[in-house]
Design a protein around this ligand. Structure first.
Ligand code: HEM
Length: 389
């Protein structure tokens, strides 16, 4: 399958000629091509989280350079559909798939246990975030991708998200308004010179939340607005004097050392089922140049700011999954590094990674539990395994 025409470092290709009139040295390499992270919010999305079966590494590696072509096979037939596919790779999977350096900030999702609410870490080697104006395009591509991975990877979580009126979540509030735009959006999600080998990539955290809609709808609209920190109909942020410190908007506002606002890009989608015992929720997906920003927001939500409290939204929203992935550039996917020398070589890597996790853990945050996601257990009881096609 033909992959996306991206700049290549292949020795078979001639070096690009220096620009005419240049006074010396080769032309600078073009910047790496990111995946389609910044696709505008779409009408439909499919979120697939997979674990790689033992021995399935080769099939996964073989799929990566074909992702762009498979997306074209579906998307080209519906040019107005805007089909996009973003692939993310989890921490444990990285060492099973690739030799060479790792993205500097790639680690397993860190579980948070607050006084009232918990953000669990659940298994995830591969994230496929499929977006389009129409669900049929997402569904078709999901079928092709899971078909290619049959017998090599297992879908451990799947959600079909839909646009709900004017980009509202199932709590009835407009979701996504304060996402950064333009250059600020690119800066918020793109790894830069701090990790040159992975510049142009991104990090993504996903969490599936289930809502207690009966309890939420028992609140008055005014009470709901105090929980979110914005007005419901008109989507305007409440004044600081009115906005409670445990509101969602207050706790997800985080700043850097110079007081600058730290931002992430969210592409949350509602999902739901009316079957007996059906679930209604929000699939949270947040891209960032460093997972540290999203993790600080999560600590505020689950452990409180100041510690001991929690985000009022969590009294009506239960996180049932949590995974973290690196999103490499399109160039990386088109021409991935070689496979690690042998499966046995990955054992010491895992040990050193466990040590690195302990060293990474921020002091004074005892409620962050080291992730044990590689045991294959979701430990949440209710997720059904979706058979790979
Ligand atoms: C149940 C899950 C969630 C729901 C229903 C939800 C909903 C909302 C809503 C309605 C807003 C206000 C409008 C907007 O600016 O988008 C908002 C803002 C925001 N949310 Fe969430 N959210 C959820 C989870 C999260 C999580 C897990 C994070 C980060 C870890 C997060 C980060 C943010 C940020 C950064 C803002 C913008 C705050 C601002 O600067 O005004 N959200 N969310």
């Amino acid at each position: 399958m033909e992959s996306e025409p991206v700049p290549s470092a292949s020795p078979l290709l001639p070096e690009p000629a220096p620009p005419s009139g240049a006074t010396g040295g080769p032309a600078p390499a073009p910047p790496p091509q990111p995946q389609d992270v910044l696709t505008p919010l779409t009408g439909a999305a499919v979120f697939l989280v997979l674990t790689i079966d033992p021995g399935g590494e080769r099939a996964v590696r073989d799929l990566l350079p074909d992702l762009a072509g498979l997306r074209r096979s579906v998307g080209f037939r519906a040019p107005d559909g805007g089909l996009a596919c973003v692939a993310g790779i989890g921490s444990d999977a990285w060492d099973r798939l690739f030799a060479g350096p790792r993205p500097a900030e790639l680690h397993p999702f860190r579980e948070l246990v607050g006084p009232r609410h918990r953000a669990p870490a659940t298994p995830g080697d591969l994230l496929l975030h499929l977006r389009a104006a129409r669900m049929d395009l997402c569904f078709e591509l999901a079928g092709l991708l899971t078909g290619r991975l049959a017998g090599a990877a297992t879908v451990v979580d799947s959600a079909e998200g839909f646009r709900y009126f004017d980009n509202r979540d199932l709590l009835g509030f407009v979701d996504g308004t304060e996402n950064p735009e333009g250059r600020a959006a690119a800066a918020a999600v793109t790894v830069g010179a701090e990790d040159p080998a992975f510049a142009g990539g991104s990090y993504v955290i996903v969490q599936k939340y289930l809502h207690d809609l009966d309890a939420w709808n028992a609140l008055t609209v005014e009470q709901q607005e105090l929980a979110v920190g914005r007005t419901k109909l008109t989507d305007v942020e409440l004044p600081d004097a009115v906005k409670p410190p445990d509101s969602h908007v207050a706790l997800t506002g985080v700043t850097g050392p110079d007081g600058e606002e730290l931002q992430i890009m969210r592409f949350n989608m509602p999902f739901g089922s009316f079957a007996e015992g059906g679930e209604f929720g929000t699939y949270f997906i947040g891209y960032a140049a460093t997972p540290a920003v999203t993790e600080e927001m999560l600590r505020n939500m689950f452990l409180g700011r100041p510690p001991g409290g929690h985000d009022r939204l969590l009294d009506f929203s239960t996180a049932v999954t949590g995974s973290l992935f690196h999103v490499p550039t399109a160039d990386f996917l088109a021409d991935p590094p070689p496979a690690p020398p042998s499966a046995s070589a990955s054992a010491p890597v895992s040990e050193s990674r466990a040590g690195a996790r302990a060293a990474d853990a921020p002091t004074g945050a005892p409620a962050e539990i080291p992730a044990t996601a590689s045991d294959g257990s979701l430990a949440i009881g209710s997720l059904k395994r979706t058979p790979a096609r």
